[in-house]
Every structure is written in structure tokens, then in C-alpha cells.
Design a protein around this ligand. Structure first.
Ligand code: HEM
Length: 383
């Protein structure tokens, strides 16, 4: 077979196989009352269209268009918990978070007139996670990661032949080590999103910032100079956490979760066949007027009476047995960071109109540059 005819055959197969799969799927479920809507392209479904909407921050409209077209059944939202993420474990290492936050602020915030929040928040949550998970080894591990990343970059620019001691071979080993470590610490990204958007909201909400500051000053007044925060202190940061929850409601750090149907199930008269992926999105539920009055308004007071919010309607950490096991970890790290930031600084957004996109986690387009003012001098004297 000539080169041209094999290419033609490959092209025809590439076109034909997905169409065949599509027809087979349709035929297989012919007797089912499937949920209405399009299955999208074979194999990839509507993933590309959703990812495009997330990047443009038009995902809410994307969901609404489908809900309008296909009906309400698309709207319903519905772990392996590692030991060190359990709340009783978090209580034991708050002091490490406290130390990391102070170190970070001293190094990167104090004395700055302008800074870009996003990379700093990512670095802070990365360092907190490293310090908690790897303890005393955190410093060397950070160094090792940096070296491994360098090796990986060199490998991508080298000839891809896997022979011992070549750049490519070293890069492959580095990539394996990076993946092993990152699988334990990659979850820092979501917490940084929360801190970034908290600071973004607070820049425009002086009253809310004032209430948070009052709560944090009260906690500080009861502590000795340089005394690290404790679990008890963090438990008293109730208002600050309400503001964080309102931030997560309006800008969920994770846009949704997938579940696979283990068996054929029926939901509101529709059949969901075994093996189908079910996607639950957070923003549609979080902005639903059935559950939240004036849902687009930023109003932490709506969390004063949390029992008024029906179960599974506020789901920034997911829900059910696969709910995020890192929620206490994220909450504690965020509150410790806010304690020091709001007491020490005031900030203004350099670009008031800065939008954000979802990539797929939300991120301000410019990384949130701010003008920084010192409110009270560093030193962390609590009293
Ligand atoms: C504000 C911060 C965070 C948010 C908003 C968040 C949100 C979520 C969400 C929505 C899920 C999917 C849950 C579901 O499918 O029902 C999830 C899963 C998960 N999260 Fe988080 N997360 C955060 C921080 C963290 C942190 C700090 C850690 C670890 C230290 C962590 C570890 C995990 C793990 C291991 C899973 C997978 C659970 C499973 O599949 O069983 N998360 N998270």
C-alpha cells in the first residue's frame, strides 16, 4: 500500500470510528428514557465547549442555556480521608501554619508598596502544605523540587532518547519524583484561590473588612507577644469564616465534580445508564434563588443562619462520601493567613475592573496586583 493510500485509510478510520461509536451508543440506549440533551461529540462529549466557557468565565451561562433547553434535571448537585487531614490532626500542626504565614509575610509583604497577590498566595499555600506534610524536611524538599523542575525543563529541550545519564533520562527521573511529591501537595492551589478572592472582595468591602479586623484584633488581645495561634483561636474566627464561605459560594475554587454511575439508575423518571459520567456543577446551585436570596450579592450575613440553607446546596467542598477531606486544613490555613494580613495591612486593587477566568480554577486575569499600606508594624506582638 502506498504512503498516500495508508494516510487516506487512517483519515477515513479517524472519521468513521467516532461516528460508529456514536451510533452504537444511541442504539444501545434506544429503550432508555435518557436525560434530554446532546451527548456532544463522540468520546469527548461537550468537554471542549465547557472548558472554553470556563476560560471566558461564561460557564454559568453555559449551564443556564442547557437547563433552559433541556430542563431542571440537569441542576441537582450532589474518600479516602488521609489521617493527617482529620480535624484532630490539624489542631496539632496549627503552629506550623502560623510559622509559615509569618515567615512568608516578613519575606514577601513587609516593606512592599505594590505586589501581585496570586503568585504569592500560591507560594504561601504551597509552603504551608510542604511544611505540614514534610516537617523539618520541607526546606530540602522545596530545594529538591526546584532542582527537579530545572532538570525537567532541560529534558524538554533535549533529544528524546532514554539512555542513562542523558538530559532526557535525568528529566524522566525528575518528572517521576515531582509527580510523587506533587500528588501529596497539589491541593494547595484551591486554598490559594480562596485567599486571592478573599483579598479581592475585601479591597472593595470596607465594612466587612472592618468587622473581620475587629474579630482578629479581639483574638490578638488575648494572646501574649509572639504567641502562635491555636485551634481555640481559629475556632473563634467565626465571622471571618463566614466571609470566606461567601467567597467560596460566589467563586467556587473547584467548578464541579464528576461521578460515575456504578449501575443503571433512575432519577426523576430518567434513566442514567451504568458507566455514564455525571457532572455536578457548583455555581448553578450557589446562584439559585431557591436557596439564596439575591444570590449575586456578596453578603456574608447569609451564613448567620446556616440551617436556613438546605443540605447539598452550599457545596464548595463537594458532598457525600467523596467530599473534600482537606476542608479543615484549608479553612485553618486560610484563617491563620487572614489573621496576620488584615491586622498588618490595607490594600487597594491596582486594576478595579480586573476580571478573572477559570483555567479551570478561577484566577484574576492580571494575578491581582495591589497597592499595599502598612496598618500596624510587623513583629506580631499580639497585645
Ligand atoms: C478552599 C480549598 C479547597 C476547596 C474549595 C476544595 C474543594 C474540593 C472539592 C469540591 C472536591 C471534590 C469533592 C467531591 O467530588 O464531592 C475536593 C476533593 C479533594 N480535595 Fe479538596 N478542596 C480544597 C482544599 C483541599 C486541601 C488543602 C486538600 C489537602 C490538603 C484537599 C484534598 C482533597 C482530596 C484528596 C480530594 C479528593 C477526595 C476524594 O476523591 O475522595 N483539598 N476538594
Amino acid at each position: 500500500m502506498s504512503m498516500d493510500s495508508s494516510m487516506l485509510l487512517a483519515l477515513l478510520l479517524a472519521l468513521f470510528i467516532p461516528i460508529l461509536l456514536h451510533l452504537v451508543t444511541r442504539r444501545k440506549y434506544a429503550s432508555y428514557n435518557l436525560p434530554s440533551g446532546s451527548l456532544g461529540f463522540p468520546l469527548i462529549g461537550q468537554t471542549i465547549s465547557l472548558l472554553r466557557a470556563l476560560r471566558k468565565n461564561t460557564d454559568y451561562q453555559w449551564y443556564q442555556d442547557r437547563i433552559k433547553k433541556y430542563g431542571e434535571e440537569l441542576k441537582q448537585v450532589r474518600s479516602a480521608v488521609q489521617g493527617y487531614l482529620r480535624p484532630e490532626m490539624v489542631t496539632k500542626y496549627i503552629w506550623k501554619m502560623d510559622k509559615e504565614v509569618r515567615r512568608h509575610i516578613d519575606l514577601h509583604w513587609v516593606g512592599q508598596k505594590t505586589l501581585t497577590v496570586a503568585p504569592l498566595a500560591k507560594r504561601l499555600t504551597f509552603n504551608i502544605t510542604c511544611s505540614v506534610f514534610f516537617g523539618e524536611e520541607a526546606g530540602p524538599i522545596r530545594e529538591a523540587l526546584a532542582t527537579d523542575f530545572e532538570a525537567l525543563v532541560k529534558a524538554t529541550l533535549s533529544i528524546p532518547v532514554n539512555i542513562p545519564f542523558t538530559k532526557f533520562n535525568k528529566g524522566l527521573s525528575a518528572s517521576w519524583r515531582i509527580r510523587k511529591l506533587l500528588s501529596r501537595i497539589a491541593c494547595h492551589e484551591t486554598t490559594s484561590v480562596l485567599i486571592i478572592f478573599l483579598l479581592r472582595y475585601l479591597a472593595n468591602e470596607p465594612d466587612i473588612l472592618g468587622n473581620i479586623t475587629e474579630e482578629q484584633e479581639e483574638i490578638a488581645r488575648n494572646k501574649g507577644p509572639n504567641e502562635p495561634l491555636t485551634w481555640d483561636d481559629v475556632s473563634r474566627m467565626k465571622y471571618t469564616w463566614k466571609v470566606a464561605m461567601e467567597t467560596l459560594r460566589t467563586v467556587p475554587a473547584i467548578f464541579g465534580s464528576f461521578r460515575t454511575a456504578f449501575k443503571d439508575i433512575e432519577y426523576q423518571g430518567y434513566h442514567i445508564p451504568k458507566g455514564w459520567q455525571i457532572f455536578t456543577d457548583q455555581i448553578v446551585t450557589h446562584l439559585d434563588t431557591n436557596f439564596f436570596d439575591e444570590p449575586r450579592k456578596f453578603d456574608p450575613a447569609r451564613f448567620h443562619n446556616q440551617s436556613s440553607i438546605p443540605p447539598y446546596c452550599f457545596v464548595p467542598f463537594g458532598g457525600g462520601p467523596r467530599m473534600c477531606p482537606g476542608n479543615e486544613f484549608a479553612k485553618t490555613g486560610t484563617l491563620v493567613a487572614m489573621h496576620y494580613l488584615v491586622r498588618q495591612f490595607r490594600w487597594k486593587l491596582c486594576c478595579k475592573e480586573e476580571g478573572y477566568r477559570k483555567d479551570p480554577t478561577p484566577m484574576p486575569l492580571l494575578g491581582l496586583p495591589i497597592d499595599l499600606e502598612t496598618r500596624s508594624p510587623p513583629g506580631y506582638a499580639h497585645s
